[in-house]
Design a binder for this molecule. Structure first.
Ligand code: 15L
Length: 271
């Protein structure tokens, strides 16, 4: 059984993945504090990602990393810089020094949040981050690319939509990914023999709502099990399509795009 370090293990996605991937890996679980409810094949290695020495200890001897650890919404520059920019740098550099060859990087849809919902984008589009948080995810993808080309560390970057048991609003009908589909993509990222540097979108089978062309994930063998369209009726019954923030409703990143900029629909960058 492979030993895999999971950073950010106490977060929502980490909690889902531990359940979905139970028994498949020996997990070294890392977060700021101890992970309390350890199952068989799980150990806890608390580490602050901005502390290089702590990260060095955490990666020692592992065969792969699932890098979820981050401040996962918009935050101050200092917060994003420490947790996401320095933290991800430390992770890649420590992995390189320890000879770890495979990393699954939790990127985010907010790396491309300023694409309009009328656009269909694939993995090769130029980034359009909607927040400092989104910028940190673009940074992480760039770092993954650099460490692939320079040092041969293989990365699957998953631009995650929203991992949840069900899509909770209209936007999530486009970007939702079920826990088991997220687990499938993660396992593919750890196991696929021919990954060097790849970007895929972390979404279930979201036809006809999706804005993303996920053909790169399908090319790598991803076969999503769940469909957001099964929840369309429920979402239309419970949520207004118009959230009252036209800018948020116009762009893929939703409310992240209007954080700190007001949500003025007359702004000239509304395409
Ligand atoms: C993310 O990247 C966030 O981490 C998560 O909390 C959700 O807000 C998600 O994006 C989303 O866009 O719904």
């Amino acid at each position: 059984m492979k030993t895999v370090l999971m950073t950010g293990a106490k977060g929502g996605i980490g909690t889902f993945l531990r359940k979905e991937l139970k028994g498949k890996y020996a997990f070294r679980l890392s977060d700021l504090g101890d992970v309390a409810d350890l199952a068989a094949n799980e150990t806890s290695v608390p580490a602050d990602l901005s502390d290089f020495e702590a990260v060095r200890q955490a990666v020692k001897g592992v065969e792969g990393v699932i890098h979820l650890g981050a401040f996962s919404v918009e935050g101050s520059w200092q917060t994003i810089q420490e947790a996401n920019i320095i933290g991800t740098y430390n992770l890649y550099q420590a992995a390189h020094e320890a000879g770890v060859k495979r990393i699954v990087f939790a990127s985010s849809n907010h790396a491309v949040g300023f694409y309009a919902r009328s656009d269909t984008i694939d993995h090769s589009v130029y980034p359009k981050p909607d927040t400092r948080y989104g910028v940190s995810k673009v940074f992480g993808e760039s770092l993954a690319s650099l460490y692939a080309d320079k040092y041969g560390i293989e990365s699957l970057c998953i631009r995650i939509g929203n991992v949840a048991d069900r899509p909770v609003d209209h936007r999530r009908l486009a970007i939702w990914i079920s826990p088991r589909d997220m687990a499938q993509l993660t396992e593919l990222g750890l196991e696929h023999p021919a990954i060097r540097f790849e970007i895929v979108y972390g979404m279930s089978d979201n036809v006809p709502h999706a804005w993303w062309d996920n053909s790169n994930a399908y090319r790598l063998g991803y076969v999503p099990m769940d469909r957001s369209d099964d929840f369309t009726e429920e979402v239309f019954k419970n949520c207004p399509e118009d959230t009252g923030d036209p800018r948020a409703d116009h762009y893929q990143g939703g409310s992240f795009v209007s954080t700190e900029s007001g949500g003025d629909p007359t702004k000239p960058d509304m395409e």
